[in-house]
Write a protein that binds this ligand. Structure first.
Ligand SMILES: Nc1ncnc2c1ncn2[C@@H]1O[C@H](COP(=O)(O)OP(=O)(O)OP(=O)(O)O)[C@@H](O)[C@H]1O
Ligand SMILES: [Mg+2]
Length: 236
């Protein structure tokens, strides 16, 4: 069983949206998937209650001490992919989720404020020595902002880009918002649309990364201790 954890300090960068999207994309790919909603805002639990079919189960787990027992139970039941959505900020539940992760996914919008706010989450991920990747979400459909943000995040493009920044960038598209309102994800709401295509390709990237088939985990994933000093603004 593999565990993905969506985490970033900043609110509204797409953790819940992408967690649901990746869950459905992986389910469509034949995986037995379970979502865990650790956020008291209950975005995923509410999404599930709007969902026409009870085919992707969301478990609400709010206490740090409940996460590991829940993961053991899901493993026994034969789940092969668990996706944990966390709340904005940093708390004991999110720290525990990160410790349990096979891969931490840090969605961020390609703006200075969002990039800067990934530092807090990144410190926790690095202290836990978990593999991670950024997902650039809500990127403008046109323009170079996504590429510039990717360079800022990777800092060592020749070593790090393939493993540190997930591909493709996820554009800002109405399909994501309309799908969420209907209890769906973009891959179900408009399967032939661009949003759906980006999500399917993002799942492929994540699966490759989980299987160690992209650039291997290692020092290149673990940005330096002075990440906080990255001159983000010079890159945007
Ligand atoms: N790629 C996208 N295109 C358009 N809208 C998006 C995209 N990703 C997320 N959104 C929208 O942005 C809003 C915030 O997304 P979401 O709730 O997933 O963020 P979050 O990181 O989980 O927030 P929180 O930290 O509050 O839990 C939602 O209205 C969602 O529909
Ligand atoms: Mg959320």
């Amino acid at each position: 069983m593999r565990t993905l954890v969506f985490a970033t300090q900043k609110g509204g960068c797409g953790k819940s949206t992408l967690a649901a999207c990746i869950a459905v994309a992986a389910r469509n790919d034949g995986h037995l998937v379970r979502l865990i909603d650790t956020d008291p805002q209950a975005t995923l639990s509410n999404w599930q209650s709007r969902r026409p079919a009870h085919d992707v189960v969301v478990d609400a787990v709010r206490e740090a001490g409940e996460i590991e027992p829940e993961l053991r139970k899901l493993r026994r039941e034969g789940t092969d992919l668990v996706i944990i959505d966390t709340s904005a900020g940093m708390n004991a539940t999110t720290r525990t989720a990160i410790l349990c992760a096979d891969l931490c996914l840090l969605p961020t919008r390609p703006s200075i404020a969002d990039l800067e706010s990934t530092v807090t989450t990144l410190r926790v991920v690095r202290a836990a020595r978990r593999p991670f990747a950024f997902i650039l979400n809500q990127a403008a459909i046109r323009g170079e902002r996504g590429n510039l943000a990717a360079s800022a995040l990777s800092r060592e493009p020749e070593h790090g880009l393939a493993s540190v920044v997930a591909l493709p960038f996820i554009a800002s598209r109405n399909d994501h918002q309309d799908a969420l309102a209907a209890g769906l994800t973009a891959v179900e709401y408009a399967p032939d649309g661009k949003a759906a295509d980006e999500i399917r390709r993002l799942w492929e990237w994540i699966e490759m990364r989980l299987n160690g088939r992209s650039q291997r985990s290692g020092p290149a994933d673990m940005l330096d201790d002075d990440d906080a000093n990255v001159p983000w603004d010079s890159c945007l």
